[in-house]
Design a protein around this ligand. Structure first.
Ligand code: APR
Length: 336
């Protein structure tokens, strides 16, 4: 049972709360209670962003992790509730859904290798979420990201505005980190943008990068920038190579939480996310990494920035790669 924690650390009795207490918190469902899902749930709770329901096919996993997280609340000092299970009933009425269900990359696997397994899982989850909480905003995290976001949308009845994928914030965070290390400054002061698909064809934009407003080119030469761009492209694989049996989860969960905050708190933040484009950047009918304004209604606007001819070409190449993965998925679907 939920107790709200007062600032002095004492707990209100449930009976002392007005009947509307159930409505005080936003509600988020996190699908998949593995590395990324559980860490995302923990960050959402710590930030006090929402009550969280964790759902996973593995019997006991979501329930056990939720119980553990609930017991951390008195120490961490938040009043968000968390529960877990294997069915979608408690997801009903969620304001936000984060989908991390699927398998993670193993060494040597590309994100596209994951397509067959995670595509099937995503189609199933899309049907379940559509039944349980059709009013939610949905953030897809499972890879291969741009295609799973497409699959979620095509299988569910959600409007494009309320379906988005998490990748650009993560890729940008990696780029910002590597720039900060090279320059020897705080990563917080580095501003950057990575667009395109979440994979080898991603498009880091050094021309848009700056440190406290000063263009990156005043700090680093072309060779250094090219090295950091490549490390950003390889950022996920570098971690898979070290972990061997898992892929990254702290930074993916932090990036997801930043997007969740923008949506649940209606912050109108402009972040690089996998959003539906139809006309912007001369791209049509596709989910792809672009800057977008996020608020309570989901993707409230795809923001079009001036890109150089080379960057625009790279974005279109990336879009082609995503389209070919979607075709591969359609062929797999047809064959099964
Ligand atoms: N419904 C709910 N949960 C599912 C389903 C399903 N149909 N299928 C699998 N899962 C659960 C698994 O039981 C597991 O607990 O998804 C969880 C995935 O957790 P991990 O294996 O730890 O994977 P994780 O590192 O969290 O990555 C999940 O996010 O970043 C991406 O590439 C990554 O696609 C991967 C996803």
């Amino acid at each position: 049972m939920w107790r709200s924690l007062r600032k002095d650390g004492s707990a209100d009795k449930m009976s002392a709360l007005p009947e509307a207490a159930e409505e005080w918190h936003m509600r988020a469902t996190v699908v998949g209670a593995g590395h990324v899902g559980a860490t995302t749930a923990e960050y959402l709770l710590r930030e006090g962003l929402a009550d969280v329901y964790l759902v996973d096919v593995a019997e006991g996993l979501a329930e056990g992790k939720a119980l553990d997280m609930a017991q951390a609340a008195p120490v961490l000092g938040h009043s968000c509730r968390v529960s877990g299970g294997t069915d979608y009933g408690p997801a009903e009425g969620s304001d936000l859904v984060v989908i991390t269900a699927g398998i993670a990359r193993k060494p040597g696997m590309s994100r596209d290798d994951l397509l067959k397994v995670n595509g099937g899982i995503m189609a199933q989850v899309a049907r379940d979420i559509w039944r349980a909480c059709p009013e939610a905003v949905v953030i897809v995290v499972s890879n291969p990201l741009d295609v799973t976001t497409h699959i979620f949308h095509e299988t569910s009845g959600f409007p494009t505005q309320r379906v988005l994928g998490m990748a650009g914030v993560l890729d940008t965070a990696r780029f910002r980190t590597f720039i900060a290390w090279e320059v020897g400054c705080s990563p917080e002061d580095v501003s950057a943008m990575v667009l395109g698909g979440h994979g080898d064809s991603m498009v880091p934009l050094p021309s848009q990068a700056s440190i406290s407003g000063v263009p990156l080119t005043q700090f680093l030469d072309d060779d250094a920038i090219a090295r950091l761009v490549q490390r950003t492209r390889d950022g996920g694989a570098e971690i898979v190579g070290l972990l061997k049996t898992a892929s990254a989860f702290y930074a993916p969960a932090a990036a997801t939480c930043q997007m969740a905050s923008a949506i649940l708190r209606d912050e109108k933040r402009i972040l690089p996310v996998c959003a539906y484009v139809n006309g912007q950047y001369d791209l049509h009918n596709l989910f792809l990494g672009v800057p977008a304004k996020l608020g309570r209604r989901g993707v409230e606007e795809v923001v079009v920035i001036d890109l150089s001819a080379d960057d625009l070409e790279a974005l279109h190449k990336s879009a082609e790669h995503v389209r070919s993965s979607i075709e591969a998925w359609n062929a797999m679907k047809g064959a099964s």
